[in-house]
Design a protein around this ligand. Structure first.
Ligand SMILES: [Fe+2]
Length: 451
């Protein structure tokens, strides 16, 4: 369906790759990659303020879903302007208006612009709304709300950054008819240089102002410098406020929400996750509250992957210890899919993985389990650090079924309460090529997996 390789060029590539995959199979039996000349790493792009904008012009506009029928509109101005959003269902005709809050932050010598957050609604599902920010008539935006029921399509990508590769990824996502974007951490790669956050906000605005972008944080969001700037997540929390209070969370670093029959859990890999932590207790409570008759699907997002056969990021606490502490909560709740970033490559694991893995003498003892989540690493958005090109030769049970070091993005189309199609789209010379596809069955529909 969504993964047709139609062009003759693709067929030729496929034929050529069959031999390569056959040969590679002797050395790395779980690899399912085709031959591909990987792009070199690219430097950051800088997206400057538009020439027709002044200090009062709304910029870096992005939206996020709040509850079942509201939307948070976030934007930045250089000068103080009203935190108001005018909106309606006809272009230029704003029947409604809401007021929110304005904040700013300081990071060493950098002073942020005025960061405005306004929650609007109630809104109708699956409906296009037109809106303007701060009463500014010069820029009108529009977005579409998520559908109330299946089908719904998520675009999923982590470790975006802001390079030419990122631009390719964003262009492909914009062509995908997606309803909501899920981002498992590492957004701007500002890495302490705060103007990069502004550049990133301008880069993603064309997409993020039109569909809800629901994000969680990665290591590049921490931005803590001992003594000099001792707070963590200063820019991330100020610029990318997510609806955490609505799910009973006390932190912007972890939260959950329901959309169209899916319960989506956004976890924080870089905040406390141990059994006595606030996040652990919140997750325990959140999982207990899930009603599978209302949300037959549960998706979870983390940044540092719990399963990973790439040589990059092995043995990190955020992977190993968080997995040890939290995996049973997700497993027992029958979470369907866990998406991660951090590793700059794509990897999909067999359905499904048992939460009792251990590594001894570098040999994985992970086991497949039909009632555990599918784990997918999608840290391939296109950042400036380049790709993680080396994979380990895995021993034991073959749980990694597709892995490839290429930039790209994923799409999860949840068709109904029982079935969803996952596809991975590689950026091939700037063109989106569907390179991996699999149908998933919701665990709530399997009587053998009833919790
Ligand atoms: Fe990362």
């Amino acid at each position: 369906m969504a993964c047709l390789i139609a062009r003759r060029r693709r067929l030729l590539l496929l034929r050529a790759s069959i031999l390569a995959v056959f040969l590679a199979g002797f050395a790395f039996p779980s690899v399912s990659a085709v031959s591909y000349r990987r792009p070199r790493r690219r430097p950051d792009l800088h997206v400057a303020r538009r020439l027709d904008e002044n200090d009062s012009t709304p910029q870096q506009v992005h939206i996020s879903m709040v509850g079942s029928d509201k939307m948070r509109i976030s934007w930045i101005t250089d000068d103080p302007t009203p935190a108001t959003v005018d909106y309606g269902t006809a272009s230029g005709n704003y029947a409604n208006s809401s007021t929110g809050t304005t904040s700013s932050y300081r990071y060493m010598l950098y002073n942020s612009g005025q960061i405005h957050d306004v929650v609007i609604g109630p809104l109708q599902p699956n409906t296009v709304y037109y809106y303007r920010c701060g009463g500014n008539a010069g820029r009108q935006f529009n977005f579409k709300t998520a559908p109330p029921t299946f089908p719904i399509k998520f675009a999923i990508v982590g470790d975006l950054g802001q390079t030419e590769h990122t631009n390719s990824t964003l262009q492909h996502i914009s062509q995908s008819s997606y309803d909501m974007l899920l981002l498992p951490g590492d957004l701007s790669y500002a890495d302490f240089w705060q103007p990069r956050w502004d550049s990133f906000g301008r880069m993603v605005e064309p997409l993020a102002s039109q569909r809800p972008w629901m994000v969680t944080q990665g290591n590049h969001e921490v931005e803590r410098i001992p003594v000099v700037h001792s707070s963590s997540f200063t820019a991330y929390n100020a610029r990318w406020r997510m609806p955490f209070e609505e799910s009973g969370s006390t932190s912007n670093l972890y939260y959950s929400f329901d959309v169209a029959g899916a319960h989506v859990v956004m976890l924080g890999s870089y905040t406390d996750f141990g059994p006595s932590s606030a996040q652990y207790k919140w997750l325990q409570s959140d999982m207990a509250k899930v009603d599978r008759s209302k949300t037959p699907w549960i998706l979870a997002l983390i940044h540092a992957p719990w399963y990973n056969t790439n040589t990059a990021h092995q043995g990190e606490s955020e992977s190993v210890d968080m997995k040890r502490d939290m995996e049973s909560l997700l497993y027992n709740a029958r979470v369907d899919v866990v998406f991660a970033g951090h590793v700059h490559a794509y990897e999909r694991f067999v359905s499904l993985v048992f939460p009792n893995s251990l590594v001894k003498n570098n040999i994985s003892k992970d086991k497949a389990d039909d009632c555990g989540p599918v784990h997918i690493t999608i840290g391939d958005g296109g950042n400036r650090e380049g790709l993680a090109t080396k994979f380990r030769n895995t021993g034991g049970e073959k749980i990694s079924v597709f892995r490839e070091a290429s930039f790209g993005h994923g799409e999860l189309e949840v068709v109904n309460a029982t079935h969803a199609q996952w596809t991975w789209h590689r950026n091939d010379d700037g063109e989106s090529v569907c390179s991996d596809a699999v149908w998933l069955t919701s665990l709530s529909s399997l009587t053998s997996c009833k919790a």
